[in-house]
Design a protein around this ligand. Sequence first.
Ligand SMILES: C[S@@+](CC[C@H](N)C(=O)[O-])C[C@H]1O[C@@H](n2cnc3c(N)ncnc32)[C@H](O)[C@@H]1O
Length: 282
Amino acid sequence: MSEHLTQYARMQKAYYDEAPLAVEDIVGNYEFHENFPYETHLLHRYGDIRKPVLPDAARARGFEIGCGEGRMVRRMARLLAQVDGADISEKMVRAARARTPGAEIFLSAGADCGAAASSSYDFAYCAISLQHICVHDTRARILDDIVRILKPGACATLQFFFSKYYPYCRTAAPPVNEAFLVDVHHLDRRHARWFENRWDAAATNSACDVAFGTQDIPEVLADFRRWFGHAEVWFHDLSIGRPESRGSGRPALLAPTHPNCHGWEDTWFTHMAFFHLREPRK
Ligand SMILES: C[S@@+](CC[C@H](N)C(=O)[O-])C[C@H]1O[C@@H](n2cnc3c(N)ncnc32)[C@H](O)[C@@H]1O
């Protein structure tokens, strides 16, 4: 790895390993994520159960990049024949190995799938992990390695966050009085643009993520086509259940753990993006 990528990986590893947090708190919003229907979105095009990405999921070998303490490995293992994973954090890998019997959990150096065997998986996926990597070159190395471990003809679904307004983000609830309502969005400087390499970021896991918006979609898809012959994306709206933000004081429509409600108002993203990738360029 280049010096820049090594520096970023060192920061990420220290961030996850040295945080005095329970592994569930590192995942963050654990209850929300456990209520979110990831299986539907990862295993079906456009979240449509008539359109499975795998011809025979029950016989498939799956791999999770950035698997954390194994939450999604355990869930996906109920649907696939075998699920393994890799993570940069020794603390998360230890927890995943203890909590996820039957899975092989590898330690990643921060830009790879660890010691996972080449050409041996039918499906690779990520949930709330690659979105936290604000270095395009690191994600590129991970994509190289995902292609390495996939069988020819295998596929992947990778989840990221997206905002239809990006690079503008709402700063706070809009000020309102009897004469006007001002809905202020600021130009984001906290997160990285898709092709940016923020290798000197001081933090990760939502402190400095990768972000993209409506106008970026064609370039982002073209980027994924460097590794896969076929790439498509669709968006699950996370904004519709949020509290009414226009000063009415109306509470959230949906419970904080409802799959359509992200539970807090000041977050930059409006949607989860699911990239369906086929035909790995091996
Ligand atoms: C928010 S947690 C999500 C864990 C799991 N995917 C889940 O859905 O519960 C993000 C995980 O990504 C891992 N991660 C972040 N950057 C990584 C990298 N460069 N390589 C491998 N794992 C990484 C972290 O260690 C952490 O366990």
